[in-house]
Design a protein around this ligand. Structure first.
Ligand code: 6R9
Length: 632
């Protein structure tokens, strides 16, 4: 940000929570509680952590050797004990934990008692395959109860799960299994999407062909249709494994800083980073944020539409809601199939109180018109959440009016895979402003700074940083500590650099403007420009490629690729199709460029870096800006 810009905020409106909601809020005094969390963090976090179960309490809340933090030092717990046993022992054995629904109206409910038993059986099954504390298990599963149970089974025995979104292709899956050196992979025969069965097992088979450290693959054979030959010694039937394993499994006693999971996310360069989260701090902060941001009470029906393959699924489908003993809806499928009112049909059917989704989905559903949601009784809704990318005021207001019927509050939650939990949002008791995420949550000290780390005046665009460690922060990048350290070195002053551009208004509301670095945000998913480029270059005809994000009304950004062909190849429609196909194979459908343009040259710096900024400005007809470093 050499040139400071001033944001001209179009929306001055402030929305106050309706009285009926306000009086039900668990947190009534945001300012006071926030102040305490900053001024007296030890006491604040101890009180929160004390609401949960520990085999042994911590000696110290925080040990901070920048950039390495330890939270709840010396504490011993198991997150699954807090998510399951604690509720079962507190009279909630028969409370529904999840209501699973699919596109066809099939429903499956599981109670806390049943989920505990399923998790224990699977945990024992994993043990029988030789999986133990610290071992990695890759999970490539559809958005189902079985996937959640797989994650929890790992956590039960101290194995580190690495969930890979089931929409990723073989290449992306292989990279992640390989990087984590997973001993076991858990998968399913298929996932359901738009009325079709999308096979998953063949992708796993291809991905692990050369990975001999993968000892076993557990397959959830959903329709009992895999033949005996499909198995062999490598493959284990999920259902049989569960049946033959004991329903009792003592939780592994975990140190607060023992790893819980790895989740891969795109960075600016090279391969995705394996963001590592540990047990205690992650547990405490996902518990607290779920409780306070979504106001989870005994009878709350909660629905987060994310997929467990993303951090939102980890924190706000699995760990946060379960730690709070909530009842959650989960759905396998897309928001428009079999019809674009399917989400609202389920909100009505299950009397959902808290609904959490992404702006890209809201914008898509908006397109189908106000009449669609108008057909349903959505009066149960109290809190509407947004996550994944900036929500434009138009979509915010549509969500508020057409879904919330002006009786629910919108919480726009800014956070990241790296932060583990919500960081910036307004709590439901607090006034919100469309398009602005809002205020820092407990313990979070954000600032908007220039590249040198100087704090900027209100309404000026700069880099979003976090000035203090927080309990659910990533602890490292798997096998690449230098990449972790970079987050804290990017901007001077010992601060965490989020990689986002932001500004603060005169009331202290933070607005997030998008990524500052070479990371795309397509339909709320982070994709590194470099990842797409290297996928394109895998096509034999391609010499070099550069990709940029272009504003897209629904997806936020769409991908455009500029491609230089090798000698002897000439541009053609077929090549465009093949290049797109290559990206799909290497990375998956979400990373496929909408546009491919063949060029003879790419703008580069003298040091050979592609100046994507220049390509983008040219594409969008904007000023080229400073091009003094351009090669020619
Ligand atoms: C949770 C999640 C993180 C990036 C983040 C930012 C964008 C997320 C946002 C938002 C504006 C919000 N982002 N929430 N931007 N307003 N409420 O999405 O994690 O996949 O790691 O992406 O998403 O750019 O830096 P992740």
């Amino acid at each position: 940000m050499e040139n400071l810009e001033t944001v001209h905020l179009q929306v001055k409106d402030i929305y106050y929570p309706p009285e009926e909601i306000k009086k039900e809020c668990i947190v009534q005094n945001y300012e006071e509680m926030y102040k305490k969390s900053i001024e007296n963090p030890d006491e604040f976090w101890s009180e929160v952590a004390n609401e949960l179960f520990w085999y042994q309490k911590w000696d110290k809340v925080l040990e901070w050797n920048i950039p390495y933090a330890k939270w709840f030092v010396g504490g011993k717990t198991n997150i699954t004990y807090n998510c399951l046993d604690r509720h079962v022992l507190n009279g909630k054995r028969n409370k529904v934990a999840y209501i699973y629904v699919d596109e066809d109206g099939n429903e499956k409910k599981i109670t806390y008692g049943e989920l505990l038993e399923l998790v224990n059986r699977l945990a024992n099954g994993l043990k029988s395959l030789g999986v133990g504390k610290g071992d990695r298990v890759s999970i490539y599963m559809p958005n189902t109860i079985e996937a959640i149970a797989s994650m929890l089974a790992c956590a039960r025995i101290g194995a580190i799960h690495s969930v890979v979104f089931a929409g990723f292709s073989e290449g992306a899956l292989k990279l992640r299994i390989n990087d984590a050196k997973a001993k076991v992979v858990i998968t399913a025969a298929y996932t359901k999407r738009r009325g079709k069965k999308i096979p998953l097992l063949p992708t796993v088979k291809d991905a692990i062909k050369e990975l001999d450290f993968v000892k076993k693959v557990i397959v959830w054979d959903r329709d009992n249709e895999l033949s005996e030959e499909e198995y062999g010694s490598h493959y284990i039937n999920f259902q049989k494994l569960i049946k033959s394993s004991s329903p009792v499994c003592e939780p592994e006693i975990m140190d607060a800083e023992d790893p819980l999971f790895i989740l891969y996310t795109s960075g600016t360069t090279g391969k995705p980073k394996g963001v590592l989260h540990t047990t205690g701090g992650y547990m405490v902060n996902t518990y607290l944020t779920t409780k306070t941001v979504f106001n989870i009470k005994e009878d709350t029906i909660y629905w987060c539409t994310a997929d467990i393959g993303w951090i939102t699924g980890h924190s706000y489908i699995v760990y946060g809601p379960l730690a709070n003993g909530a009842t959650s809806v989960i759905m396998e499928g897309v928001p428009v199939y079999p019809h674009p009112g399917i989400w609202w049909e389920y909100v009505e059917k299950y009397r959902v109180n808290v609904f959490y989704t992404a702006p890209t989905a809201i914008r898509m559903l908006m397109r189908f018109g106000d009449e669609i949601p108008a057909k349903y009784d959505l009066s149960s809704l109290k809190i509407l959440g947004s996550v994944g990318e900036p929500i434009n005021p138009e979509a915010w207001i549509w969500y508020y009016k057409n879904i919330g019927r002006e009786k629910a509050v919108v919480v726009d939650t800014w956070w990241q895979t790296e932060t583990g939990a919500h960081m910036i949002t307004t709590l439901p008791c607090y006034p919100s402003k469309p398009g602005k995420a809002g205020k820092p949550l407990f313990g979070v000290v954000p600032a908007v700074v220039d590249k040198e780390g100087n704090e900027l005046p209100p309404n000026t665009v700069g880099h979003l940083v976090i000035k203090k460690p927080w309990p659910s922060m990533l602890r490292t990048c798997w096998g690449e500590p230098e990449r972790y350290e970079k987050y804290w070195k990017e901007i001077p002053g010992g601060v965490y650099s989020a990689g986002d551009l932001a500004s603060v208004d005169e009331d202290g509301y933070i607005i997030i403007l998008g990524r500052a670095d070479d990371v795309l945000s397509v339909a709320g998913h982070r994709i590194g420009n470099a990842e797409v480029e290297s996928a394109i270059v895998e096509h034999p005809a391609v010499a070099e490629a550069a990709v940029i994000g272009k504003p897209n009304e629904i997806k936020g950004e769409s991908i455009k690729a500029f491609v230089i062909l090798k000698e002897g190849y000439s541009p053609s429609q077929e090549l465009i199709i093949e290049i797109k196909e290559t990206v799909k194979e290497v990375l998956g459908a979400i990373a496929v460029p909408d546009e491919v343009e063949f060029v003879d040259k790419l703008p580069k710096t003298r040091s050979g870096k592609i100046m994507r900024r220049v390509l983008r400005a040219k594409e969008l007809g904007q000023e080229l800006g400073d091009i003094s470093t351009l090669e020619d």
